[in-house]
Design a protein around this ligand. Structure first.
Ligand code: SAH
Length: 238
């Protein structure tokens, strides 16, 4: 079973949306497990305090290193092989390739920050890898953790209906996916592209490939450049 352990100040946010639909069904079928641990259980004093003001001054509060480390040490056995990720806008941007790698492993341990973030020494001492879901700032790591989990869980064997439904998707081949069409054949005067009704599978595949290329060139030329570098074996493409 693929295991997710979340350290958070808001355990009640989990499984949240992941309790429904594809991920929720998979959770019920024990394809993956979710354990949300309250960092506050290791908080200090009567008020179970977890944060304090930043040394050097400035706005906001910082989650204490000792509190987070205690919470991590209690949650994770020393031989736990799962990657320990800290959701953070300073982190390496999450990609579909990384998601697939995580889904292929034993699971993840995710730390959700709040306030201004986490004391740097906890990140160093517990060897947390910072990971970002995009260049914007959330108020907490919980939604970022839910995003990462949703992306990973749908790739676990037995979660998606069709085995191949993951392979052709956006980002998987360094490009965006081709456009989809279903019934009706005509919608507000717009017809479905003729080729899709032809029954000629080779022609359809070629059309989809061309559409995917054109769409990617127009919207995300950076993806084409990356996949070209990957084909040439340049490690910078990772
Ligand atoms: N002061 C920090 C932002 C703190 S936001 C800075 O400027 O870098 C509070 C928490 O939300 C962070 O600790 C992190 O866990 C989470 N978070 C915010 N934006 C995120 C993003 N883009 N990706 C992942 N986690 C994010």
């Amino acid at each position: 079973m693929w295991r997710a352990t979340i350290l958070t100040l808001f355990p009640e946010m989990f499984p949240g949306p992941l309790g429904l639909s594809l991920a929720g069904d998979a959770l019920k079928r024990d394809i993956w497990s979710l354990e949300a641990i309250d960092i506050r259980a290791h908080g200090l004093g009567k008020h179970r305090s977890v944060d304090d003001t930043p040394f050097g001054g400035g706005a906001g509060m910082v989650i204490r290193a000792d509190v987070l480390a205690a919470s991590l040490d209690a949650a994770l056995a020393p031989d736990d092989a799962r990657p320990r990720l800290l959701m953070s806008p300073r982190g390496k941007p999450l990609t579909q390739a990384r998601v697939r790698q995580l889904a292929d492993g034993p699971g993840v341990a995710l730390v959700c920050g709040r306030f201004e973030g986490i004391d740097e020494r906890a990140i160093e001492a517990r060897d947390l890898e910072e990971i970002s879901i995009g260049d914007y700032v959330l108020s907490g790591g919980e939604l970022a953790a839910l995003v990462l989990l949703d992306a990973a869980v749908r790739l676990l064997p037995g979660v998606m209906g069709k085995l191949e439904s993951g392979a052709e998707e956006s980002f998987e081949n360094g490009r965006l996916e081709y456009p989809h069409y279903t019934k009706p054949r005509t919608f507000e005067g717009r017809a479905v592209p003729e080729v899709l009704l032809s029954g000629d599978h080779a022609k359809i595949a070629a059309w989809r490939e061309a559409e995917a290329q054109a769409l990617t060139a127009a919207r995300r030329p950076d993806l084409l450049a990356t996949s070209l570098r990957a084909k040439r074996g340049n490690p910078e493409s990772k």
